[in-house]
Design a binder for this molecule. Structure first.
Ligand code: AMP
Ligand code: FES
Ligand code: ZN
Length: 323
């Protein structure tokens, strides 16, 4: 297998593009793809301050790396979710990366801020961890970007992530979600910061190769909660289709964005955004979903505490009467 650009030995084959590259040409291919997506979708320009959501995984670290290499003003934000070993290691990788390259990293610790990590939140609410986790990540990324004066939030979502979400949304006919699924979500005013996904045309395998070739030390383990998530099933199904029909994933997403999504826009933005009465962040309701979730969690935690206190007082009283 030879590099299609220089004829040297190829190290990376890309069946969906019917091509293969040597190391320098693969790295150039990757960066050209990112630059093209940023330009074509008008994601940001040289003067914008970009806040990259950094999980410590291959996608977000590759994204931060490529943006810094291209000369963009990109800082990172890591949210410590408190999912056992996985979160400690994620934080370590993000911190190490930022220190080695002299890039600015902000951190937010969910448990320190709200008294509960993702695992405790999920137990308290009796809800799948991913739902509270996803909501918290979206909210905190936007809030931190707004409060720190960033123009754009960038995340490392790749082609596999985006096609898995698309398949899930179609299987459940989530029309509202489909209408909003886009590599660019503009700021519709107020405190809503623009959100972009510059890696959405690159696969997981491609970002992993880019990270390895640049010697980026990232967390290889998946979040333990992801094992139960449906997204893995969708990724698996799409990988089987891709193996039989290279390019199927990319066509699925690009045709959706070009041909189907514009037709879903009618009435999609009917809801008006206003400020949450508790935190001031943008919402369509009086209280935003994040504040509603944490209010419910603290009410439940308080109720359990009172229940435990009453039960132990009763036990002590019974023990006193028996002695
Ligand atoms: P995921 O939802 O885990 O697939 O991650 C998608 C993207 O969200 C990543 O590429 C990151 O840009 C961002 N992200 C995920 N986890 C974190 C985190 N703990 N802190 C900051 N950003 C994150
Ligand atoms: Fe959020 Fe796994 S990263 S539950
Ligand atoms: Zn709020």
């Amino acid at each position: 297998m030879r590099c299609i650009k220089c004829g040297e030995k190829a190290i990376m084959e890309l069946p969906r593009h019917n091509s293969a590259f040597c190391k320098p040409d693969y790295l150039e291919y990757f960066e050209t793809q990112v630059a093209r997506v940023i330009r074509r979708h008008r994601m940001f320009d040289r003067n914008d301050r970009i806040l990259v959501g950094v999980s410590g995984g291959k996608d977000s670290l590759s994204l931060w790396h490529v943006l810094a290499r291209m000369g963009y003003k990109a800082a990172g934000l890591h949210i410590h979710l408190g999912i056992g070993e996985y979160s400690s290691l994620s934080y370590e990788k993000a911190l190490c990366f930022s220190r080695q390259r002299g890039l600015e990293l902000f951190t937010v610790d969910l448990a320190k801020e709200h008294g509960m990590n993702v695992t405790e939140l999920s137990r308290t609410l009796r809800r799948a961890p991913c739902s509270g986790c996803g909501l918290s990540k979206r909210y905190i990324l936007n809030r931190e970007a707004y409060e720190r004066g960033f123009d754009t939030v960038a995340t490392g979502h790749n082609l596999d992530d985006e096609t898995a979400v698309l398949l899930g949304n179609i299987l459940h006919w989530q029309i509202r979600h489909l209408a909003r699924q886009s590599p660019v979500l503009p700021s519709t005013g107020g405190r809503l910061v623009k959100r972009v996904k510059p890696l959405f045309m690159l696969t997981e395998r491609e970002t992993a190769a880019y990270a390895l070739l640049h010697g980026i030390d990232y967390i290889v383990e998946e979040c333990p909660n992801a094992l139960k998530a449906k997204s893995l099933l969708y990724k698996d199904a799409l990988a089987r289709i891709e193996a039989e029909s290279p390019g199927a994933k990319q066509r699925f997403l690009t045709h959706f964005l070009q041909d189907a999504q514009p037709r879903l826009q009618v009435g999609a933005d009917d809801h008006v955004l206003r400020d949450c009465v508790a935190c001031g962040q943008p919402t369509t309701a009086e209280l935003c979903a994040f504040c509603r979730m944490w209010r419910q969690a603290s009410e439940r935690a308080e109720k359990r505490k009172r229940y435990r206190e009453t039960a132990s007082a009763r036990e002590m009283k019974t023990a006193g009467e028996q002695s």
